[in-house]
Design a protein around this ligand. Sequence first.
Ligand code: R5P
Length: 300
Amino acid sequence: MPDVDGASDTKDFHLEVPARNEAFFLKGSGALGWGLQNRLARIFNPVSGRTVMLAFDHGYFQGPTTGLERMDITIVPLVPYADALMLTRGALRSSIPSAAPNALVLRASGGPSILKELSNEQIAMDIEDAIRLNASALAVQVFIGGECESQSVHNLTRLVDLGNRYGLAVLGVTAVGKNMTRDAKYLRLACRISAELGAHFVKTYYVSEGFETVTASCPVPVVMAGGKKLPELEALTMAHRAVEEGAAGVDMGRNIFQSEAPVAMIQAVRKVVHERLKPQHAYDFFQTLRREAKAEVFAK
Ligand code: R5P
């Protein structure tokens, strides 16, 4: 109980200052509830408006992908440099320290392995477990044009209903089937459908022609997917272009954890995303960090 004896009667209600009513910083997210906005603000840095998400959910359909054989060894050192972790609940509980401060984007769809029809996914986790794990968002694959297109869209809409009910964001991940052309026309279609059906943000691939039309026609933030491993300078260039062309950040996996220097690479990606460092400068930064890390190992 506060001590009432010395309480002052002098009060200042700041009558001349209008109450603050600030617009939420993320595109298309102004009408969301407080909890949802707060969770999105844990994923996206409110200062830069962008995010560096580290994706390592590959095991949910691929098993132990190269670089993810031992997540406790390869991923945990990267955790301090990611704004958000995109992962399965199994990886989270088994391999990530519970004191990790990152926003969590949990893989919430799954079912088929690489041996089967990949679009045949179902919702793969209960919203209660996501809340128990303190997730900020749920990620669901959307297979536009795929064999099980409607089923995957239904997974998205079910999760959006649950996410809106409990204040968790939903990330629509546009999966491009083997027989589909990965171009701006397709990505515009897939991103727009995901956003119109309620995804709070969308993950999609970079394309060198017309990516700005993909981000412009998507009413919610778009994060760039990393894709297959590229030489570091190329990956940094792709991230840089994506951000310059309207992406609200990146969600990269193999281009970080399969790099010859993953800790250096994720820091270079951060420079590109949050500080808009030019690709060559970010690459020089990567090389410097890599050399320093090597020298440290050598000195031991
Ligand atoms: C997308 O299909 C899944 O979420 C992947 O497991 C992951 O996000 C891919 O990341 P990357 O292509 O950057 O390795």
